[in-house]
Design a binder for this molecule. Structure first.
Ligand SMILES: Nc1ncnc2c1ncn2[C@@H]1O[C@H](COP(=O)(O)OP(=O)(O)OP(=O)(O)O)[C@@H](O)[C@H]1O
Ligand SMILES: [Mg+2]
Length: 348
């Protein structure tokens, strides 16, 4: 510290954080602390403070003298001038008694700029960070959109390819010379359509990971129309469920087998053929029932492994479920299984 002062006055200046000077009544600087040196320069002790002030300094001198006459702090302002320009410093001054005699203690008040400078710097930093994050987020969003578009495109192609293959199988069925080959190819085309229905619904659903139970059931029922020329009455009850894509295909295949059997074998001796379909969701379990008004199961054929119902049982085993068949005014097939929950992190 630059000072002409005794130890007690130096200690007083050292103890103050704000820029502080001790001046005599005529404005001669007796000492100043480090903060004041940074503002006013360290060569001041022994010089007149007025030399550092703008104008002739008479206002400042009057203020210093008023302070000299007051033991209570008075508020005023000093306009400091240097090569960089002038700066108005608010300050508080009062008389103090030093061992060397009375003098004026001048304490600079913090300006708003000092007080809020750090805060506004922080705000500026945060603003910069937010801008950078927004930019990074926009880049991520863009690449996500791009990936979704690619996935949609892929689904579109798969859907088209499956439709083309189903068409080829149906064409081959039509051209088959033996009845056996015709039926085998027709069944294959039909199963293929059930799988491709899932793909079509997925493509048309606006979602990438689930398909709706109602759309799936409707699509499978609609595809029965081409199987028989006789009038077919269908009734349905479907609980709306978003089916995750993975189990959706086996679910479609199971329901399709049961529906196809109902159309093929559930033909009543008289009256219209009726098929009732239920798709129920209860506490994470799905129950699918296909009930027709035909003759019901009559022989041991329903237990054959290499057949539609064999496939149904195998698929239901994969889903952790089972098939129950009974006769109740016709064949009634009930498939029940737990709906797998989507894997963590899997979403649209
Ligand atoms: N709804 C039904 N009503 C009466 N009998 C049925 C019904 N569903 C199936 N069956 C009987 O059960 C047998 C086995 O059916 P399953 O679906 O396993 O084989 P499939 O229909 O004969 O052949 P695939 O399904 O392989 O074309 C049928 O042949 C039929 O006799
Ligand atoms: Mg069958």
């Amino acid at each position: 510290m630059s000072t002409l002062l005794s130890q007690d006055a130096k200690a007083l200046l050292d103890g103050l954080a704000e820029a502080t000077l001790i001046v005599s009544a005529d404005g001669t600087v007796l000492g100043l602390n480090r903060a004041a040196q940074q503002r006013l320069g360290s060569d001041l002790p022994g010089r007149s403070l007025l030399d550092r002030l703008a104008g002739d300094g008479q206002d400042a001198l009057r203020f210093i003298q008023r302070c000299f006459g007051s033991s209570a702090p008075l508020v005023g302002a000093l306009i400091v001038s240097d090569a960089r320009g002038s700066e108005r410093l608010k300050c508080r001054g009062n008389r103090i008694a030093l061992s060397d005699g009375p003098a004026v203690l001048l304490r600079m008040l913090e300006t708003d700029e000092d007080r809020f400078g750090a805060l506004s710097r922080k705000v500026h930093e945060l603003h910069t960070e937010i801008t950078q994050r927004k930019h990074a987020e926009a880049v991520l969003q863009e690449s996500l959109r791009e990936r979704e578009l690619l996935l949609r495109e892929l689904q579109h192609r798969v859907k088209n390819n499956m439709q083309m293959l189903a068409g080829m199988l149906l064409g081959a069925a039509r051209e088959a010379t033996s009845n056996e080959a015709h039926l085998a190819l027709r069944d294959a085309a039909n199963r293929f359509s059930a799988v491709s229905a899932v793909q079509q619904l997925l493509y048309g659903s606006g979602r990438l990971d689930t398909i709706g139970s109602e759309a799936l059931v409707n699509s499978l029922i609609a595809s029965l129309a081409g199987m028989t020329r006789a009038p077919l009455e269908t009734a349905k009850h479907v609980d709306p469920v978003d089916l995750p894509i993975e189990p959706a295909t086996p679910i479609a295949l199971v329901l399709n087998e049961l529906l196809v059997n109902a159309v093929k074998y559930g033909v009543p001796a008289q009256g219209n053929q009726q098929i009732a379909v239920e798709f129920r969701h209860d506490a994470g379990h799905i129950t699918m029932i296909v009930h027709d008004n035909g003759p019901g199961f009559t022989g041991p054929d329903a237990q054959r492994r290499a057949s539609g119902l064999g496939l149904v049982r195998a698929l239901l085993r994969q889903l952790g479920g089972r098939l129950d068949i009974e006769n109740q005014g016709g064949a009634r097939c009930m498939a029940r299984f737990a709906l797998p929950t989507p894997r963590a992190g899997e979403s649209q």
